[in-house]
Design a protein. Sequence first.
Length: 122
Amino acid sequence: MITQKVILIDLSYYFKGKVHFPAFFLSLIIGIQEELLFRYYLFQDNDYSDLLLLFLGSICFGLIHISFSYYDVFSKAILSLICGVIFLLTNSILLSILFHGIYNYLTLKNKSSKSEVVTVAS
């Protein structure tokens, strides 16, 4: 019997069946808005180092998600760090937006699948 949560990294698991395009579209739109605000516009100011802006933006990004849960503050700050590194390494906001949108979709799909009831015969 599995007694702890397991993180699945197999993307085909999350995309099995139909992709719910409204949920994916909404996830992508939210990702676009947040990436433009917390990555693209934030890094336009050249007076500060990229590393400082990366950490400040990540902390702020995490804090705006505090209404969901305290765990979300930490997890979203980590997501923001990853998106920021993608943006800084590639100098492309599009890859950061795509990563963020896919993350949002997988998170949304994972949360909706938790509400399913599974009966296991013993």
